[in-house]
Design a protein around this ligand. Sequence first.
Ligand code: DGJ
Length: 735
Amino acid sequence: MIIFHADSQQFHLYNDQISYIMQVMDNGQLNNLYFGKTIKDRESFSYLQEHYERALAPSNTDKSILTLNYTRQEYPAYGTGDFRFPAFRILQEKGSLISGFVYQGHQIFAGKKDILPLPSTYVYQDHEAQSLEITLFDPITQTQLILSYCLFSDLPVITRHARFNQIGPATIRLQNAMSLCLDLPDMDWQMVHFSGAWGRERYLKNRTLEVGIQSISSMRGSSSSEHNPSFLLKRPHTTEFSGEAIGFSFVYSGSFLGQVEVTTHEETRILLGIHPENFDWQLKTGESFTSPEGILVYSAKGLNALSQTFHTLFLRHLNQSKWRDQPRPILLNNWEATEMTFDQDLILKIAAKAKEAGAELFVLDDGWFGTRNDDTQGLGDWFANTDKLPDGIKGLSEKVRAMGIDFGLWIEPEMVNKNSRLYQDHPDWLMVDPDRFASPSRHQFILDYSRPEVVDGIYQMLVEVIADSKISYIKWDMNRYITECYSNHTPAQDQGKVMHKYVLGVYDLYRRLTTRFPHILFESCSSGGARFDPGILSFAPQTWASDNSDALDRYRIQYGTSFFYPISSIGAHVSAVPNLQTGRVSPLATRANVAYFGAFGYELDLNHISPEEFEEVKAQIAFYKQNRPIFQYGTFYRLVSPFESHGDAAWISVSPDRQKAFAGYYHKLVRVNHMGVRLRLAGLCPDTKYQVTSKHYDRHHYGDELMNVGLVIDRRILNELGGDFTSILFEIQAL
Ligand code: DGJ
């Protein structure tokens, strides 16, 4: 799978789906020759390196016309004749930024190493992957650079990261260290990324590449709802079902940069890594820095195939918990029902009704601790507010458990309100510049998780609550971004480490809590979906997708999220109408038809719906229990994009044996006097006869018919169902 041809000095990483080829050039540096669909191995692909004499093109060696600006490089440096953005930047004591890393050796081995303390993809057995470590060395600074590659055996996936080891006596400053660089020989691509804001996270954006730089990024200290650290390039004609695409994803939860640079020679460079702004890592003799993991996925069969590879990778090779491929409990969360205004009696009533409806887990959200009666106070005081909850979390959790339903708890461990006991005890734990104004956000401040003693203090407090109570689920929230990034107890020359160390502190707490409480299901949240990324997914197998629980908005969010993240990782709940965020009224059936395609639950007080609606909820829960594996772990295909044409959407989830599937069709607005919809399905067996049923449909079709002709949806049925914001869920069962 990974071959080194000594004569040509070329590496060929390949499986039956992809090839990745690079070589050690005459000057000792590494260049990339090809990444794409598998091609047969041969001794040399040197013809892929284009050598021309060009005007204004500096030569990198005395002996040849090697011009790095026209060379597709693996991990390019600044100041060597390549005028594109470099993959790294090293500032030396004398002020020079020039570096020159040359090949020293390499190692090929079976399996995949961890890059602790960072999360990364993993394999259980060595035959599942093969790895390559290429060691380069800069003799002037005496710095070692190790570029690591891992090729998965049965997936079109390559993971990468870089490690800098300072061997020499000088101190260097690493001011940029991307996780991956990929140079492509043309610009005939579109960049698809998932961007938005609070309440409209991961909306699909598609831009045709232009000469110059296009990028997505976060400088917020977390991956953010504004841009997601996963994006893709696709050919202009690539569809969901055909054509080339390359996916890029970053196993990291902090500030990031995903950049696509197109040169005036119409070549494309992709960089992905920690955002260089506010990153400055001093390395003394014997010290190292390892970048987080970047992931490359190739698809020759369109975007659904690309997404399915990411789903498989993230499901089988990323999350560490026992929950990673387990059916996720149907939960009811009290947040939208009560916000912080509740007492024990009310909570028990809500939980009891959830149990009666068949839910499996009740989650107590924000407001249970300290003096937390509104969002100006209490954060950081992780002990129960006994005015509201006289029996504490211990007593409450036991009471809920005694009803026959599990108990889950909300926490926001990275934050503090100034009006709290924690702040009184530890005013210096805040991540602020003491000489400057500290910007509050939702009246709260960030704790300085770059300091181990802060992480430790919070860990101790949380362990006390969790260990003492019957908790089977934790919702870990994070409701503000980092502003005045400064660590009070860190020397000046190490302030550039603080942003990254903060993220390492978050991972440390996650690792400690998930190790100490392996039975607990963790759900990540950040004002909804502001930290939905592979780094967090490594610890928390599901993430609350958005605070916007409106069905129409939600199917857009879930649609965008599905490009990279498994359906089981998408927290999706049915909430009350009029919707809290949009005021929109959508049918209960639509709200459920959207939420089924996720980690399903409810976000309302079931005591406040009509008896008819309660019966409907009971039926929904019973139905979901029967079919949960198909929704959460089936093979998922996007069918109709809500970001195109009329805003309707459709998708399908198919069981592994293709005997059963569920397809959801979501209708935005009524369009008068139009033809019916033809909904072409996917993933079925062409020769199998299926029974297709929904409320208004009951017919037999062969798979080929369903996939090529499509289901005909009569518009009058959509009107009968209620018109705007209606939906149809089709059950497709092999006969
Ligand atoms: C933001 C989350 O997204 C909500 O679900 C809720 O947990 C609130 N925070 C609580 O403050």
